[in-house]
Ligand binder design. Structure first.
Ligand code: SF4
Length: 489
């Protein structure tokens, strides 16, 4: 996904400032880029801490002032002692002050300057992120933000601490204008609403959705939507019906665990408003495929927790689950509790900073086993097959509009199909399972499904093999360094 936060900062810069925007997931900044610049703005999440600090080091080699903002520094400014400017918090008065200081003088200050937002800019006054600065057509998903903050207080989550419990909102007109711009800038396929909880303010979601439906009708259903929401959305048929009409196809739900005692212990009782499996089925009945977050290493986990997770995977028929080890993030109740209990371990060789109640090796090997068994090609394609029968037919029938059947879309689809057929259908050792799943779809002309499932399944199968073989980090949020080469263009 495009880096939404930094694109927003780029759009907020004073008029006349020239910007070169580099997403180092795609293209490494070169010496020429640094030579061109007067100052460097960086943003990132905890997992990117080594790379964030490395960008700072490279910029300083060119004697450039470097400013860091975004979620990681806002939670842990102490992790970034080398930066010249730290921007803590969201877009607001600190941002204006940073711009003012750099407008006066771009040289490096004698010591670090920390600017903390006291007054956040209203989201209804946010500019449209500078999507024109990136090659949008090269991203797998587009990203868009409607709200910030979440009313709940799950023990492990830093969203309420960072962004507040009273969700702040953009207007529906802002959102549709952003969608217009995403299309103009070449986005095809899907857009992910990055809000941590799309129904954090249910009334606002209900107000927005009819605008999205109308936008889709006006634009020939050019895009497919995805979002994150709490599972109690299953109790809101009026929201689900509008989501179906707006062509939402996927909802990420932080189910975390099927164990009610564990949900209570982590203050996530809102997951139990309806029985979890029933909730998943309700979403499926509106054409929504559920993606689930799962956490292992909870204090309530027994030695058999892994079996419980695998049983849930089978019963829920959810194809994609991000099975993760518990990690304590700063600015969370979990962090505070574990600190009090002396159970935080900062050791970059561990896959989590939590001193689990169960033996560490057991928790990690449970994770590896869950990844290995949940994502065998047979099991994964069987779960997608379930979605083909029980979920996808519940979606609205899309028109054969000129936007959907554009030359660009068709070319992109055919390129992806050719790659999948070659990489998966010919070269992979699980081509049998792939063709068993794909041939009936191809006979029905459902090429789009073969592409989306083929691509996601290929990634998951390879990732899970690495994970169960010990080559992947068990916590996607831990600071353990991974050997992740940055892709050259
Ligand atoms: S519902 Fe989701 S976003 Fe809200 S506090 Fe819980 S985990 Fe965080």
């Amino acid at each position: 996904m495009p880096p939404q936060g930094l694109l927003l900062i780029a759009a907020s810069l004073p008029k006349g400032w020239e910007v070169r925007f580099l997403d180092e997931n795609m293209k490494v900044a070169t010496d020429e880029d640094f030579d061109w610049a007067d100052a460097v703005f960086v943003s990132g999440m905890h997992i990117q801490r080594p790379q964030i600090n490395d960008i700072c080091r490279r910029a300083h080699e060119h004697d450039l002032a470097v400013a860091l903002g975004g979620p990681s520094v806002s939670a842990c400014p102490e992790n970034y002692p080398d930066f010249d400017y730290l921007h803590v918090g969201e877009l607001g008065d600190a941002t204006e002050e940073l711009f003012r200081r750099l407008a006066r003088d771009t040289s490096r200050p004698d010591k670090q300057v920390v600017l903390t937002t006291q007054e956040r800019r209203e989201m209804s006054e946010f500019p449209i992120p500078a999507y024109e600065l990136i090659p949008l057509e090269r991203y797998f998903l587009g990203s868009i933000q409607f709200s910030s903050g979440c009313p709940y207080q799950c023990e492990f989550c830093d969203i309420p601490g960072l962004y507040g419990r009273n969700p702040r909102l953009k207007t529906p007109e802002q959102v549709t204008a952003e969608l217009d711009k995403l299309l103009e800038c070449g986005l095809t396929g899907s857009v992910y609403f990055v809000d941590d909880n799309f129904i954090g303010n249910r009334k606002a979601a209900l107000d927005l959705l009819p605008h999205l439906v109308e936008w889709q009708k006006r634009n020939g259903f050019a895009l497919q939507f995805a979002c994150e929401a709490t599972l109690n959305i299953a109790k809101r048929p009026e929201i689900l019906a509008l989501m179906r009409d707006a062509y939402f196809a996927t909802v990420f739900c932080g189910i975390e665990t099927p164990d009610p005692a564990a949900l209570k212990a982590m203050s996530k009782q809102h997951n139990m408003v309806v029985p979890i499996l029933e909730g998943v089925q309700t979403l499926n009945s509106y054409g929504l495929e559920v993606v689930s977050g799962i956490i292992l290493g909870l204090d309530t986990d027994s030695l058999e927790a892994g079996e419980g997770i695998l049983e849930f995977v089978d019963q829920s028929e959810i194809p994609l689950l991000t099975i993760n080890l518990l990690q304590a993030l700063p600015k969370t109740p979990l962090w505070d509790r574990l600190k009090r209990e002396g159970r935080l371990i900062e050791d970059s060789d561990r896959d989590s900073n939590v001193d689990f109640l169960l033996p560490y090796d057991h928790v990690v090997s449970t994770w590896r086993e869950c990844m290995g068994r949940a994502y065998t090609p047979e099991k994964l394609f069987a779960r997608f097959e379930y979605q083909v029968i029980h979920t996808y037919p519940n979606r609205i029938k899309l028109p054969n509009s000129k936007e959907r059947l554009s030359f660009r879309n068709i070319k992109r689809g055919l390129t992806m199909l050719a790659n999948i057929v070659w990489q998966v259908g010919v070269k992979s050792d699980y081509r049998r399972e792939f063709w068993k799943f794909s041939l009936p779809l191809l006979k029905r002309g459902d090429i789009e499904r073969v592409i989306t499932v083929g691509l996601v399944a290929h990634h998951l199968i390879l990732f899970a093999r690495d994970a169960s073989g010990g080559q992947q980090n068990a916590s996607y949020y831990s600071t353990r360094l991974r050997d992740m080469p940055v892709a050259a263009e």
